[in-house]
Every structure is written in C-alpha cells, then in structure tokens.
Design a protein around this ligand. Sequence first.
Ligand code: ASP
Length: 295
Amino acid sequence: RRMRNLVKMSDLSKEEVYSLIQRALELKAGASPIQRPDLIAANLFFENSTRTKHSFEVAQMKLGLQVLNFEASTSSLNKGETLYDTCKTLEAIGCNMLVIRHSQEAYYQELEGLTIPIVSGGDGSGEHPSQCLLDLMTLYEHFGLIEGLEVVIAGDIKNSRVARSNYHMLTRLGAKVQFVGPQIFADPTLGQMVDFDQVIGQVDACMLLRVQFERHQEAVALSRADYHAHYGLTPARYQALKPQAIVMHPAPVNRDMEIASELVEAPQSRIFTQMTNGRFMRQAILEKLIADNAL
Ligand code: ASP
C-alpha cells in the first residue's frame, strides 16, 4: 500500500499508523533522518498556525529539504487565481511536495489533478492528520499501546478537526473515546456529551480542545469562568486523575478556560511533549511521503 497524499486519517492503515509512530520514536531517540537536499517542499498556510507550520519547517530542514514558504497575502490569489492554479504553478516551477492548511473542508478534493503529493495541515473543521498522529505517538510513548485506552475529549467537538481525526483513528485502534462539553458543541455523529466529573477518575488520557471561536457562525457567548468550571481541567479535576493518566491539548491553549493556567506544565501534562513529538512525527510523515511517491 502506498500513501499518495496524507489529507485524512482514512488514508492510512493501522499498520501504517504504528510504523509511523515507531519511526517517529526512533528519530526522537536519535536516528538519522534521510537527507534529500534535491527536493523542494512548499508550505501553504491559508489559516493561522504556529506549531503545525513551524514544526513542518523544522522537519523539512532536518531532512535537508529546501523550503519555500508561500505567502498568501502577497500572491496572485488576490488577483483571483484559484487554489488549484496556485498549486499547479508551484508544481510547474519545480516544487516536489505541498503542505497545505486551508479553512475550506476537503479543499484537497479540488487538487486531484496535481501530480505532486500533498500533506494536509488541517482543512477547516474537517481533519488534522499530522496532529492526530503526534497525539497517537504521545499516547503510545507513555502507555506502550493504544488498544484499550480510555480517552475523554473535552471541548468544541463539533468544530474541531483534531477531535474528528482522533475519534476516528482512536476508535479504529481499539481505544474508547468519550466527549465532554456544552450541548452546542456536540457532534451527534461522533457521540453524546457525558459529565466530566463522572469520567475524570477513570480515563487514561484527558484531551482538551480549544473553543474554535473563528468557526462559529453566531457569536457564542461563553463566560470563561463558567466554561472552565463545567468543562475545563480545574485543579480539583486534575487531582481526580489516575496517577498514570496524562493531559493533552493540541494548543493554542486558552489559559484558564479549557485548562487552569497552573496545570499547563503540571507533571501529568504532555502538552509541550506533544509539540516536540510533532516535529519528529512530521519528519516520519515526510520520509514516508518521499518513499511512497518515489520522489
Ligand atoms: N492547532 C489546532 C488546529 O489547528 C487546534 C486549534 O487550533 O485549536 O486545529
């Protein structure tokens, strides 16, 4: 099986997920990444990004790739050029792979005419495959397995591409996923909301999500304090966690909303570990993309 693009988690088999995790852990332990200074990677981020964009860039540098950062605001998109024509142009001038983040769900469907591969850095509320893989790596690194883990995902489930990718892949790998959050953030296609205090003491991982204010049609009137009290990781909920359980958040974090500020770097938090792991996972993804596409 060959990974032509990585735009959604269903592009990967379970075996491929585990082999990406193994490779990312090897790279983290000091293995040398492949070196391909002959290849050019272009990064096109049409939505804001700190971690995904820069960790892809660091991963590309570590593989010796040449890096082209596309500037949407000064490009011919402002003259009405389509996303397809923009990407086809980068292909025509010699880019070998594209990393794209775009606010439109499934934007990659209009890019099927490209011959160079795409890695998605997130499509609107759709999916976020590299985040999902780094989350799985972080779970695997701590527990040595994924099957049988109990995970609670708390926050804006409906608008979160992180929730969607993680729900689908965690379930496929045999983990149990439950959701916490206000009713307005429920996605009934994934599952119902449960009470945070009922599950906090049982879970292996507590995954917190940011409220995606930029994706809400109507202004959502949420009091930070109320949200924190009902759906946030408070010091009392942190105390209720099993000693082996871990706390995760894809970031950016709204401090004192989804998580008490003092807990961001608490001993059971893996929030910054997730970022470190993300760089190694993105190296592993790019290595696989290069190998599978015979670049
Ligand atoms: N950084 C993640 C994403 O781009 C999560 C978030 O923005 O809340 O989806």
